[in-house]
Write a protein that binds this ligand. Structure first.
Ligand code: NAD
Length: 252
């Protein structure tokens, strides 16, 4: 399967390409050259410039769309260009090049304002008093969107654009509301990460399942099997066989 990774020079892109290049025939698209490995054919182009970026989509079966500004504090000007315009260009380039499937890196920040409510507001700061893991309502793929930032709004835009391209043009789309992925591959240093951490191993499994299992349009949470997680993983388990292994408690 020929898989184009946008944002291939970044943390998640290079992690996926490193781990899965024996299973998929990868190519890359990024605004900057790769620092770590990705020994794959890479087009260096701005995702917001349709003419130059769309060349990367010829003869591609599936796209893992990661290119964006990842910090939640990203100002609107950059969100508009790198997250919103680039994401629309990706879906449009997929349609015109008959790409079958897109795995879109959405974010937990599409529903981040649930963390203003109990019990999530307490769990995120490590106040577990009176709470029993697994005994409170999990935030799942059916909740209303509640973005917590312009960045979160851009991820809602990507999810909505994915649904539009899926229902109108038959593109298969998986939107991943990714939790916390970091270079050190551990939840240490942030109490919130004890709930939100996604290990590299679980990330790789989730994306691999999204690329290979049947789906039409789905929203999944990208989170490890953390004792204090508050996002649902059952839907991804049932739909595509996502089987998270890691648990942030092992690092506490
Ligand atoms: N890391 C996390 O914890 C996390 C959590 C939720 C969602 N995500 C999402 O996952 C994706 C990848 O995140 P990451 O942590 O690897 O980020 P990263 O910053 O390491 O990688 C993003 C890559 O996108 C590229 N890029 C940005 N704008 C571009 C443009 N206009 N054209 C072409 N390339 C462009 C950058 O050059 C960079 O290499 C992002 O969409 C991010 O919002 C990440």
């Amino acid at each position: 399967m020929k898989v184009l990774v946008t944002g291939s020079s970044g943390l998640i892109g290079s992690t996926l390409i490193n781990a899965l290049s024996d299973q998929f025939d990868f190519s890359g698209l990024d605004a900057r050259k790769p620092e770590r490995i990705p020994d794959v054919p890479t087009i260096i182009a701005d995702g917001a410039d349709y003419k130059s970026m769309s060349k990367a989509f010829a003869e591609v079966d599936a796209v893992v769309h990661l290119a964006a500004n990842a910090p939640v504090e990203t100002p609107w000007h950059d969100v508009l260009k790198n997250n919103i315009s680039t994401t629309h260009n990706v879906f449009e380039a997929c349609r015109t090049n008959s790409v079958k499937r897109v795995i879109f890196a959405s974010s937990n920040h599409a529903v981040g304002n649930f963390e203003m409510d109990e019990p999530y507001s307490r769990i995120r700061v490590g106040d577990y008093k009176g709470l029993v893991p697994g005994k409170f309502k999990q935030i799942d793929h059916r909740v209303p969107v509640r973005p917590d930032s312009d960045y979160g709004v851009s991820k809602v835009f990507g999810e909505a654009t994915g649904r539009y391209y899926s229902e109108h043009f038959g593109l298969e789309v998986a939107c991943l509301r990714i939790g916390s992925v970091n270079r050190q591959n551990s939840p240490e240093g942030s109490i919130r990460s004890m709930a939100t951490w996604l290990s590299h191993r679980d990330l790789i499994n989730l994306v691999s399942q999204c690329l290979t299992q049947p789906l039409k349009y789905e929203i999944f949470y990208g989170v490890s099997d953390n004792t204090w997680r508050f996002w649902d993983t059952d839907h991804a388990k049932k739909t595509i066989g996502y089987a998270p292994i890691d648990n942030a408690e092992d690092y506490r």
